[in-house]
Design a protein around this ligand. Sequence first.
Ligand code: 5GP
Ligand code: MN
Length: 341
Amino acid sequence: MDKILVLKGIEKLLETPQNIVITVHTNPDGDAIGSAIALYHFLKKLNHQVKIIAPNHFPDFLAWLPGADEILIFEQDAKTSRTFLEDANLLFCLDFNALIRSGSLQDDLKKLEIPRLLIDHHREPETASFVYCYSDTSVSSTAELIYELIAFYNFEKYVDNAIAQALFTGIMTDTGSFSHSINRPETFEITAKLIRFGLDAVRVHQQVYDTFSESRLRLLGHAISNCMLVFEEYATAVIQLSKDDLQKYNFQIGDTEGVVNYPLSMQKINMAVLVTEKKDTIRFSFRSKGSFSVHELAKNHFNGGGHKNASGGSVKTDMKTAVNQLISVLPDYKEALQNSI
Ligand code: 5GP
Ligand code: MN
């Protein structure tokens, strides 16, 4: 459906005050939380009752965002979360394309008999689950789509510092500080608007990226020095972090964020993979340069997906088997990996 028609449909649903729940994908990142917080402040200005419910914890480096302290964490407080879900008559799903991506929340969300609205930039949106999908894979981030939604009303009228900081956080984190997904002029036009409004972009960058604990930085050093395998013939580097590695460096949620990007800074490396050991699953984080689609790789072999150059997945097995599974599929992609850029 045409974007304007979707915006008009959403506008109609928001004509009268509603009880709204905003939710995001499991393991929420800067774009998920930034988008949710920007939408939260905007909807409150339109006189709606709004609650953000995240399936699980978000990283500490996002906790300074105004309104982050109001976010309910479903895995920590299912009972309170459910009272908000029961009272809701509208659900916004941000930064994910299918209900399964909401992890522990998915069963509750599937049961809801209220309109579900999707605002997202991932491939293959699960259209049947939503009354409206405001979905565009060409934008850098869901935050850009939240900007477009607010702009449809009147951005200058509604923007405040909380909204500007949240939108910038989403764009900045999903572009790796403006290093990828930045070939669309609108990304910079929106950013310019936020700065013209008075956003202190340097400060936001510092709050997100210059707040490492010592152990987080040492974990990064350990990951690169001791846990990285380089497969030159497949233009691929793989970092594996076991439970022991994470424990040794006092792992906190968010501490591995960004680790996967480092191997891509090597010349002739076109795919980077971070493999981490969680409770009973192995998580994969994929990044690529150029035409190689890690979305396809994640979807075909690792129960996942995402974007062409950034995707994730998981398998229920042990670390060694998971890494071997990855190594065993690399030959199938040899040419595509080598010729990616
Ligand atoms: P990350 O590696 O940062 O966890 O995820 C990279 C991108 O892939 C994000 O846009 C994220 O939403 C998406 N993603 C991560 N894990 C999964 C997954 O298991 N399934 C799908 N469909 N997308 C994922
Ligand atoms: Mn995103």
